[in-house]
Ligand binder design. Structure first.
Ligand code: HEC
Length: 265
């Protein structure tokens, strides 16, 4: 478990409603201003270079990586994830699939490729830049994760169960924070993610640039960070747990045109 989980005391701000409305409007305006000139583009450029860069013992790029639409097909690939991949016999989200390609195509060791998946403001991770580049190529396309294969159905059911499952020292579930409309932490509205009207706006804007820390963040990072907030052990990167949650969230928000990479607080 990460030390950071204990380093920051959890502060809940349940703001009175009039004040809350004002700040909601201010935050909305702030998001619009930031979106006009998003730094996410810089990560897209870096991601493109990494996609094309020969790496690993095999000295090949990721350009033949199959993200679901065939080797190297990027257009619309992100909007159709997560989905089931026959070659790996499991459901994968973008990051899990990229890790798979780093291992199978580039011949890298999983531990090496996954050693630094969450970067910092001055040094984004390879995974973060790649996800910016790939996700950007689904702009305008409807979010349509795989939901027909039995393993996709299984992942959806598991993600849904996990969303409501209370555990850990504080007996928290996702519902503890994302269960009721109007709940806030640090002035941020907490979306009720099992409701399509909330999930749609969320899943269509990840991965995203995080203004408060100048970092580019991915959904795997988000799952990890929310588990830390729940005082639960840190999940493994690309584990069935995080993938299942991402399947559930994406399925709940499906049909929304993708308009990321977005901007977050
Ligand atoms: C202890 C409170 C807490 C719990 C429990 C929690 N989260 Fe979060 N979650 C947050 C906070 C705080 C944010 C960030 C809000 C911000 O800064 O915009 C957030 C943001 C998110 C977002 C991004 C929302 C957006 O607007 O893009 C997703 C997705 C998410 N959480 C999923 C989950 C899932 C899935 C679980 C359960 C595994 C979970 N959270 C459990 C506090 C929590």
């Amino acid at each position: 478990m990460r030390l950071a989980a204990f380093a920051f005391p959890l502060v809940f701000f349940f703001v009175p409603s009039a004040l809350a409305q004002d700040s909601s409007r201010a935050i909305k305006r702030y998001r619009e201003m930031v979106a006009e000139g998003s730094p996410a583009e810089l990560f897209e450029v870096e991601g493109e270079a990494l996609w094309k860069k020969p790496q690993g013992p095999n000295k090949v790029s990721l350009e033949k990586c199959d993200l679901g639409g065939g080797p190297g097909v990027l257009k619309g690939a992100y909007a159709r994830l997560p989905r089931y991949f026959k070659d790996a016999d499991r459901v994968m989200d973008l990051e899990t699939r990229l890790l798979h390609c780093m291992v199978t195509l580039q011949g890298r060791k999983r531990a090496e490729a996954a050693a630094r998946v969450f970067g910092s403001a001055d040094r984004p991770s390879e995974m973060e830049s790649l996800s910016a580049y790939i996700a950007a190529q689904s702009r305008g396309m409807e979010m349509a994760p795989g939901l027909s294969h039995p393993k996709e159905k299984e992942a959806y059911a598991m993600g849904r169960a996990l969303y409501f499952y209370r555990a850990g020292a504080w007996d928290f579930s996702c519902m503890s924070c994302h269960g009721e409309e109007g709940k806030r932490i640090r002035m941020q509205d907490l979306p009720v993610l099992y409701k399509p009207e909330h999930a749609r706006a969320v899943v269509s804007t990840w991965p995203a640039y995080r203004v408060s820390t100048s970092q580019f963040i991915t959904l795997q990072w988000r799952m990890n960070n929310c588990y830390q907030q729940m005082r639960m052990p840190e999940p493994d990167f690309g584990s069935d747990t995080t993938v299942a949650l991402i399947v559930f969230l994406t399925a709940t928000g499906k049909g929304e045109p993708y308009r990321g990479p977005g901007n977050k607080r």
